[in-house]
Design a protein around this ligand. Structure first.
Ligand code: NAP
Ligand code: MG
Length: 502
């Protein structure tokens, strides 16, 4: 029989009732529930240029690995400068002859078609995304793929209403835009970038990240099926040099980059002095702030979602938890209990909460920073759980007794690692939250509306969530302050970044 233990409550104000913990031991086990839909993978993926899949001019390919078991999934084309030139030539021709001239209501039909075709193949794309990147199937199935389709639907809706993007002014497309994206939300980042660009009438050359190119290149199949005119979207896979060739190409009227602050700075330097417009979506080290009047159980769910969603590979992850001192002990105790219930393992199993770390390199980065946290004197908590023998996995980790000077409180870890700090007053919370080079997002948990308003004004973050975390919507602009970048994606503001006012 499960036992119900009642523990002495350290601070009864925290929840108003004694803390109860259900302990089932190993009485109940989940049966494995692996996903069986066919991801329809190919052994080799070529570049998508001018609506055709073409081999790279160099003939070079690299392997894409399944991080859950370290097995090779497919070979991916490695695009170099000559391929990037061909992609830009196709995009320029499409812009000059077809897409840039087409009325918005006609463009909208293609974009609706893309959204619907993606919905039709949603399960196939979700499985492919999980195999390629390691994220739990419940996330790719219920978040990444539907959200990617939603971005195409939303921007299809805008394509014939562009006069309302900047009321009182007329807008015009920029021309050809170059885009580079990271590996944490491969298909979704692609949709964030492509949908507003083409709705506005631009044509695109885009590069996915090297570890996650498969769903990007699969999307090429959907563009073909949608009858998108050749050259409107060109997808070139490769490494950092491929990305650099896209960002510095003379044909690009604008470049849009999502990735690390470090690479963002290299790109900004390389195109300084040119007429290219740019938007940068870079790193983050968000504060998730819990006040003593917050609903503690909901806040604990928000903390877990804030840092363990997508293994913590989230630019806006709530990686610094700031807790009001009166409830710090209660929050930490409940958080540890909750973390013990998370299931880590096969990303294709629908019961899995935390899947595989995206790559061996990323796993090493997480291990290095966690070792630094231990050395700096923070207290580490990890639940006891078995990890699969093969593949890249890391246990959910919580550091308490963290101070602002600790490296784990300052650097983006981009993994399932939470640093917990405390505060006494609202001013101290604001001071600590803003004391970072980044400014992408923040969370506030409190019962008081006035406090939410005050915090959202004072926090230097592009997005502030109140009593929730990691909520996204195509209608809502997303982007950063300070070293988290500039420009917005989503909403009317996102479209403004893909047009000129005439
Ligand atoms: P990254 O190393 O900066 O790589 C991002 C992309 O840039 C990849 O496609 C990469 O190619 C390419 N790249 C590398 N060097 C380049 C260069 N010199 N010129 C042009 N492109 C180059 O970042 P990541 O490790 O993939 O992603 C994690 C980072 O992205 C985190 O810092 C995270 O916070 C940030 N991010 C930000 C947002 C946001 O909206 N603000 C969203 C998601 C992620 P390769 O893959 O071949 O190296
Ligand atoms: Mg992969």
């Amino acid at each position: 029989m499960p036992t119900l233990t009642r523990k002495k409550q350290s601070n009864p104000r925290a929840s108003g009732r004694p803390a109860a913990e259900l302990i089932f031991g190993d009485l109940w086990e989940f049966d494995p529930a692996p996903e069986t839909a066919d991801p329809k993978l190919k052994a080799r993926y070529d570049l998508f240029i001018n609506n055709k899949f073409v081999p790279p001019k160099s003939g070079k390919y690299f392997d894409s690995i399944n991080p859950a078991n370290e097995k090779k999934i497919a070979e991916i084309a490695y695009a170099q400068a000559a391929d990037v030139d061909a992609a830009y030539a196709a995009a320029k021709k499409a812009y000059d002859t077809v897409w840039g001239k087409m009325p918005g209501k006609e463009r909208a039909k293609y974009i609706y078609r893309i959204a619907r075709l993606l919905q039709d193949r949603a399960r196939e794309f979700a499985v492919a995304e999980t195999i390629d990147g390691g994220k739990p199937i419940k996330e790719s199935r219920d978040f990444d793929v539907p959200m990617a389709a939603a971005h195409f639907f939303y921007h299809a809706g805008w394509a014939d209403k562009l006069d309302y993007v900047a009321p009182g002014r007329k807008v015009a497309p920029l021309g050809v835009v170059g885009q580079v994206i990271p590996w944490n939300f491969p298909l979704l980042m692609l949709a964030w970038k492509i949908a507003p660009a083409i709705a506005m009438g631009n044509c695109v050359v885009i590069k996915p990240a090297e570890t996650t190119s498969i769903t990007a290149l699969k999307l090429g199949e959907i563009f073909q099926a949608a009858g998108l005119p050749p050259g409107v979207v060109n997808i070139v896979s490769g490494f950092g040099d491929t990305g650099a060739a896209i960002m510095t190409h003379p044909t690009a009227a604008k470049v849009a980059f999502t990735g690390s602050t470090e690479v963002g700075k290299i790109i900004m330097r390389s195109i300084a002095g040119t007429e290219k417009k740019m938007t940068m979506e870079l790193g983050g080290k968000a504060a998730n702030i819990v006040f003593d009047d917050a609903p503690i159980d909901q806040a604990v769910e928000g903390i877990v979602n804030g840092i363990f969603f997508n293994q913590g590979h989230v630019c806006c992850a709530g990686s610094r938890l700031l807790v009001h001192e009166p409830v710090a002990e209660a929050v930490l105790t409940k958080l540890k209990t909750r973390i013990k219930m998370l299931r880590i393992g096969d990303p294709l199993d629908k019961n899995t909460d935390i899947g595989a770390i995206n790559s061996k390199e990323q796993l090493k980065t997480i291990q290095r920073l966690v070792a630094i946290g231990v050395k700096e004197g923070a207290t580490m908590f990890q639940p006891k759980c078995d990890l699969p023998a093969k593949g890249y996995y890391f246990r959910p980790t919580v550091f308490s007794d963290v101070t602002m000077s600790h490296q784990i409180a300052r650097e983006e870890i981009f993994g399932p690692v939470l640093s917990v700090l405390t505060f006494r007053t609202l001013d101290e919370a604001v001071e600590k939250a803003n004391n970072t080079a980044y400014g992408l997002s923040a969370g506030v948990w409190t019962d008081k509306g006035s406090r939410i308003l005050k915090m959202s004004t004072e926090l230097k973050a592009g997005v502030v969530w109140a009593n929730t975390y990691n909520k996204f919507d195509p209608t809502s602009p997303f982007g950063g302050y300070k070293e988290s970048g500039f420009g917005r994606e989503g909403g009317r503001q996102g479209l403004l970044d893909y047009c000129k006012l005439v």
